[in-house]
Design a binder for this molecule. Structure first.
Ligand code: TNX
Length: 532
């Protein structure tokens, strides 16, 4: 996805426009040569070699592992990323013994050691070229994202630039701390189009996220086509749906499958969420028979939560749940299916348990690993279910007990990583129920030391949710996500002992020219020494 917008265009989409220019960095660093250590998330090991810089050149080729389609495809994606600004041909060709001397970026599948895990890579820059080695194509892909950050910001331009394309010399050895590094996008409160979702995917993969959780259904709208219940989308996702009635739209099955494939090509797994039994007014107002009294409530376009529930005692509820789960599971190659379960305030606790005891096994019946918001543990589901922790407490007996029973947890504490929280009182969009969340708040916490009783072994990973009650456009998404998304990226990837706010904020500041060059919006946090 290539996009280009001006600041003026952004002003037109975020109200009040003036508020966006309020924050100026305390100090503004000057643009300097990129060093091998300027990467976000910080790599595990970086060894610079000042005498080994490599320059991309009109004759540079991309050599990929012979006979590996995946390696070639990673090479093609890299070429697509580098061709517009360099104007070079960058042919992608199988690596051959005889052309070892040709200046090249080489992507090779090699046993780089078990300690680097399935996503690790080694990147070596010498005057002859760049070599990325990994055990898997996912590792090669991660290495190419590091390489993109090592080039001057002009590499983001969509037409040839006069720059010198120097890659700093040395070696990077890298692998992630957590296997699950996610971001969530809410397309229920305001629908976001396939192109907008793909643009977000593009941002995520740059910073080595590997899961995209799509919040597909909520009170204000149903956004995924279900063939057995066609009106869920034509009515529940149709005109007048969404917050303030201006968020209509839905993904057809083809569009969803296309997003899943686009993400998979970039080693990102889509995690679909169907939120139940609460957050279901869009379904309840579409199909009257889902209500206990058989009467459809009116559609809702406000932002209240916790008032809706599927009817626990009706058999049709479970037929509905199973049809939806089956169809979504069939469309989803990834291992997870999220069933929500949050804020079911009008579902009595016994009913909630009864509902989840029938519905969680349906997810498994269709071959998926259930995921639920942390309230799910009240139903004592199978310990295979992943618990997504969104509450803000650091003492949470219910969660600790679930971990003691054997559950794995994805950490998303709202006061740290909810990207829809305002940065400060001047943020023109966003909510503030979990407090203001500045970039340093997002960075300075450890998922494995945050809730008593939830240690490293129980943490599957970390996820940054972005709820869209106040977010309509891609500019809004970018403005709330950047720069905090990168704090979450580093928490998920980099070793805890090497994490350091000063280092992070300096590396973050150097991302600004990249974002500006590609027309991506971001919040100029006063905490960050932005490079202009
Ligand atoms: C709480 S977090 C919710 C969402 C809202 C969000 C707004 C969670 C599991 N539920 O329904 O959109 O707060 O920040």
């Amino acid at each position: 996805m290539r996009r280009r917008r001006t600041r003026a265009a952004l002003g037109a989409t975020v109200a009040p426009a003036a508020a966006l220019s309020v924050s100026t960095a305390p100090e503004t660093a000057t643009s300097a040569k990129t060093t091998l250590a300027d990467v976000v998330p910080a790599p595990v090991e970086v060894t610079p070699d000042d005498d080994a810089d490599f320059r991309l050149h009109p004759e540079t080729r991309i050599h990929t592992e012979p006979r590996s389609t995946e390696a070639r495809e990673v090479g093609e994606l890299l070429a697509d990323a580098l061709r517009p600004a360099t104007g070079y041909a960058l042919p992608v060709v199988p690596a051959q013994a005889q052309d070892r001397d040709h200046p090249a970026i080489s992507l090779l599948l090699d046993d780089v050691g078990d300690e680097l895990g399935p996503e690790g890579y080694r990147l070596e820059v010498t005057t002859r070229g760049v070599t990325i080695r990994a055990t898997t194509p996912a590792g090669l892909f991660a290495g190419t994202q590091t390489l993109r950050q090592l080039l001057p910001a002009d590499i983001e331009a969509d037409s040839p630039q006069p720059a010198t394309w120097t890659v700093p010399g040395g070696t990077v050895v890298d692998h992630p701390r957590f296997g699950y590094r996610g971001a969530m996008l809410d397309i229920a409160r305001h629908f976001h189009t396939p192109d907008e979702i793909k643009a977000y995917v593009d941002e995520l993969v740059r910073y080595k996220f590997n899961h995209l959780h799509l919040h597909l259904t909520d009170d204000q709208g149903w956004r995924i086509e279900i063939e057995s219940r066609p009106e869920l989308t034509t009515v529940g996702g149709g005109p007048g749906t969404g917050v303030d009635g201006v968020g209509e739209g839905f993904l057809t099955k083809e569009e969803y499958a296309d997003i899943v494939a686009y993400a998979a090509d970039r080693y990102l797994t889509v995690v679909p969420e169907i939120d139940m039994p609460g957050h279901t007014n869009a379904a309840l107002s579409t199909y009257a028979e889902l209500n206990c009294d058989g009467v459809a409530p009116p559609p809702r376009t406000d932002t209240a939560v916790g008032y809706s529930s599927l009817c626990i005692d009706k058999e049709i509820t479970y037929e509905f749940a199973e049809d939806v789960i089956r169809e979504v599971a069939e469309l989803t190659p990834g291992p997870y299916l999220h069933i929500g379960g949050d804020e079911a305030h009008v579902t009595p606790p016994e009913d909630y348990r009864a509902f989840m005891r029938r519905v969680v096994p349906m997810v498994e019946k269709y071959g998926k690993r259930p995921v639920g918001w942390n309230e799910l543990v009240r139903a004592e589901p199978t310990t295979d279910a992943v618990v997504q922790y969104w509450h803000t407490d650091t003492e949470h007996a219910e969660l600790a007990a679930a971990v003691a029973r054997g559950h794995q947890v994805v950490m998303s504490p709202a006061n740290k990583v909810y990207l829809d929280m305002k940065y400060d009182e001047d943020t023109p969009i966003g909510l503030a129920w979990a407090g203001y969340v500045e970039v340093r708040d997002s960075y300075e916490w450890d998922p494995a030391d945050h809730v008593t009783g939830v240690g490293e072994r129980a943490v599957l990973g970390v996820e940054a949710p972005l709820w869209s009650e106040t977010l309509r456009t891609l500019d809004h998404i970018e403005y709330m996500a950047l720069p905090r998304l990168l704090a979450v990226a580093e928490i998920g990837w980099s070793p805890q002992e090497s994490r350091d706010w000063v280092s992070f904020s300096e590396r973050l500041g150097k991302q600004a020219p990249h974002w500006e060059q590609r027309g991506v919006d971001f919040y100029r946090s006063p905490q960050v020494p932005w490079v202009s």
